[in-house]
Write a protein that binds this ligand. Structure first.
Ligand code: FES
Length: 112
């Protein structure tokens, strides 16, 4: 059975931007980020498949300059927003781990 966690307001994330979030679970801190893009929301665990570090060096900086790719701040790997696939950088072909997020009644919810 899955749990629905109310995370934040949809408007807390401007369109074409991302926000780092965390949930304090019994199993430990669950760190992830949500991207809002063209009316959709996408969620991924905040861990680069290259070395396992967080992707953002500066809070909420998950996207490249043009806002069309996720970019790791450590060595610059770039990932597609829609599926988390790394298309350039030291872990090309690897994937970010997706988390289920939904936008519902102006709120963003995480399904675990
Ligand atoms: S740690 Fe992300 S590209 Fe190296």
């Amino acid at each position: 059975m899955s749990d629905l966690h109310d995370i934040c307001a949809l408007n807390d994330i401007p369109d074409n931007q991302a926000k780092g979030l965390s949930l304090d679970l019994e199993s430990g801190m669950f760190e992830f980020f949500v991207i809002r893009k063209n009316g959709n929301v996408y969620g991924y665990i905040n861990r680069c498949p290259h070395t396992g570090v967080n992707l953002d060096w500066t809070p909420d900086q998950f996207l490249n300059n043009t806002g069309d790719l996720i970019q790791c701040s450590t060595h610059g790997a770039q990932f597609r927003i829609k599926d988390g696939c790394c298309i350039a950088g030291p872990c090309a072909g690897d994937h970010l781990r997706a988390v289920d997020v939904v936008s519902e009644n102006g709120r963003i919810k995480l399904i675990l």
